[in-house]
Design a binder for this molecule. Structure first.
Ligand SMILES: [Zn+2]
Length: 96
C-alpha cells in the first residue's frame, strides 16, 4: 500500500482507490505518483486488452462473454493498483 511521504502514514486500500486527487487523508498534503507507479498505471490499462486478445485466441467467445471478462479483468486491475502505488512529495518530470 502507498505510504505518504509527508507524514509516513500508510493509506488503506479503500483510501488509495477513492483518493483520485492523491491528497493524503491524514495530513492533507498533495502527493504525487512516482515515475515507476505512473508507468505501471499505463501498463495496467493495457492488461485487460492484452488479456482479452489472448483469451479470445484460445476460446471463441461471444460479445457478452468478452464484455463480462473485460469488466472482471478491469476491476481486478484497478483493485490491485494500490499495491503498486508509490508516492512522492514532488512532481518529478518524466525522465527521458
Ligand atoms: Zn500524509
Amino acid at each position: 500500500m502507498p505510504v505518504c511521504q509527508s507524514c509516513n502514514k500508510e493509506w488503506t486500500w479503500k483510501q488509495s482507490i477513492t483518493n483520485l486527487r492523491n491528497i493524503c487523508p491524514y495530513c492533507g498534503t498533495k502527493q504525487f505518483l512516482t515515475e515507476q507507479s505512473r508507468r505501471w498505471n499505463g501498463i495496467s490499462t493495457l492488461i485487460p486488452i492484452i488479456f482479452i486478445f489472448f483469451f479470445n485466441l484460445i476460446i471463441d467467445m461471444s460479445i457478452t462473454t468478452v464484455f463480462i471478462v473485460a469488466l472482471i479483468v478491469s476491476f481486478v486491475t484497478i483493485a490491485i493498483q494500490p499495491l503498486f502505488m508509490e508516492l512522492s512529495n514532488e512532481k518529478k518530470p518524466v525522465g527521458r
